[in-house]
Design a protein around this ligand. Structure first.
Ligand SMILES: C[S@@+](CC[C@H](N)C(=O)[O-])C[C@H]1O[C@@H](n2cnc3c(N)ncnc32)[C@H](O)[C@@H]1O
Length: 223
């Protein structure tokens, strides 16, 4: 009860801040935009993990996991339930509060960090697993490889450029946030690509519902 009260007060304060930004003509920050999207009871991408993560869980080496842009925690909580020591990072405080609630519901724990990934220090050789679902910032890839332990895995799923032609209404329209054919194969050429798929699938993950062009990648840092 106390948690729901604190979450509600936090959401009201954040929404006040967003409304005042709109009225003052101040540009709305990325953080405010995401906080306002998450400021509703429902889980925008659902409470269950992404299908791709669930399909591949058996091949992921247990240990320390970093979940980038974890949102409301569907994947972070799932990894914690599967024995990983999970740290999840997101710019939205509201999303992180919802992740904590989901972890409580599932009797597990995620270490959560509110941070902007564009200047977040992931460290060096820290993680056995790093995941990146539906957040695309190419400038992070060299830091991700550095932050993996030797033999550690990176798992990504993101909309592809094909999504503009074949996908349904949801997802980014700006090509900067869509993965081009084969570009990840080039970026991750120093790693061992264990899995790569450029495909069109039917997603049913909260607001991601319908046909989608996606890239799926699992890359292993060399030993
Ligand atoms: C499309 S959602 C995906 C959430 C989650 N990965 C999932 O698949 O359920 C994108 C996420 O990126 C987060 N985000 C956007 N810009 C960010 C930034 N600069 N640093 C950290 N997180 C960011 C948003 O708050 C949001 O949770």
């Amino acid at each position: 009860m106390k948690k729901i009260y604190i979450l509600s007060v936090a959401i009201i304060l954040l929404l006040n801040n967003i409304v005042s930004a709109q009225h003052s003509g101040r540009p709305i920050s990325t953080k405010d935009r995401w906080d306002s999207r998450y400021a509703r009871e429902m889980y925008l991408y659902g409470k269950e993990p992404a299908v791709f993560l669930k399909q591949k869980i058996a091949m992921l080496r247990k240990g320390k996991a970093l979940v980038l842009a974890m949102g409301e925690g569907r994947n972070a909580v799932y990894l914690a339930q599967n024995g990983f020591d999970v740290t999840g990072v997101d710019i939205s405080e509201v999303a992180i509060e919802k992740c904590k609630k989901l972890a409580d519901e599932r009797n597990t724990k995620v270490n959560s960090v509110v941070a902007d990934l564009t200047d977040y220090d992931m460290g060096k050789a820290q993680y056995d697993l790093i995941t990146n679902f539906y957040f695309y910032d190419k400038s992070l890839f060299s830091k991700i490889i550095e932050a993996l332990r030797p033999g550690g895995l990176f798992v990504l799923e993101q909309f592809s450029i094909e999504h503009l032609k074949q996908g349904t209404h949801f997802g980014p329209k700006n090509p900067d946030y869509l993965v081009k054919s084969n570009e990840l194969l080039e970026i991750f050429k120093s790693t061992r690509i264990l899995y790569y798929e450029d495909t069109v699938v039917e997603l049913d993950e909260g607001m991601h519902k319908g046909k989608a062009g996606v890239i799926r990648l699992i890359a292993q840092k060399s030993n």
